[in-house]
Design a protein around this ligand. Structure first.
Ligand SMILES: [Zn+2]
Ligand SMILES: [Zn+2]
Length: 225
């Protein structure tokens, strides 16, 4: 499965060129809220906003939507055609479990209180969830974020068309599939992953996430997203 997706990735880059026929809607994740946080309390909303600063130079005509989720979906459904693309950039968290010291910690993480390792193994890494769009584009974004963020594990084998789950234990963002246009939801990493958490402490890296995602989309879009 990994090899297959990697092959798709290579083919995609070589054979596709960008023609700007579709509009892109960049919807800020958790607008008006905070969402999940990194180990140092950097919020998903902050990362999503700063990532836009990297995304915008790639798509100068991108339409920014900074509205709470239900309003954002309404706005995009009213204005977008079915061939336009809406994206949101998030990051994940795992659920909580009780550490032996009695404190809560994220599943798979090291306890901030006593340094004990979780017994459950969690694969941390970016995940790009496809709804009404192209699996290969999602693979390309996941691959590019894996390369960008140090210490990420490959999650390409988790890419399933129309997958509605993240690595959270419950389905993530159930509202997003209500979009009528093509859409992608990107989980750039896990806030409770020390590597990712360290990476997004730096605002420049948040911007770099948006730039990377923008470039991959631009390289890919031509005829068949
Ligand atoms: Zn989120
Ligand atoms: Zn502990």
């Amino acid at each position: 499965m990994f090899f297959k997706v990697l092959t798709d990735f290579v083919t995609g880059i070589i054979t596709k060129t960008y023609t700007p026929k579709n509009k892109i809607y960049y919807s800020i994740a958790h607008s008006g809220e905070c969402g999940a946080v990194s180990l140092n309390n950097i919020s998903e909303n902050t990362v999503s906003k700063n990532a836009f600063d990297g995304f915008k130079p790639v798509f100068s005509d991108v339409i920014l939507v900074d509205l709470p989720l239900s309003k954002a979906i309404k706005y995009i459904n009213t204005n977008a055609t079915k061939d336009d693309l809406a994206i949101q950039i998030h990051f994940n968290s795992t659920s909580f479990e009780k550490c032996i010291c009695g404190k809560n910690r994220y599943v798979g993480s090291i306890c901030q209180n006593c340094n004990t390792k979780s017994e459950k193994y969690v694969k941390f890494g970016p995940l790009c969830i496809a709804w009404h769009t192209n699996r290969q584009l999602c693979a390309n974004i996941t691959y590019a974020l894996n390369k960008l963020i140090p210490g990420q594990e490959f999650l390409l084998d988790q890419l399933i068309p129309d997958n509605t789950r993240s690595h959270n234990e419950r389905p993530n963002c159930l509202a997003w599939p209500k979009l009528k246009c093509k859409s992608i939801l990107i989980e750039a990493g896990f806030g409770c992953d020390p590597n990712f958490s360290h990476f997004i402490d730096n605002k420049d890296n948040q911007i770099e996430i948006g730039k990377t995602v923008g470039k991959v989309i631009k390289d890919f879009i031509c005829k068949d997203i």
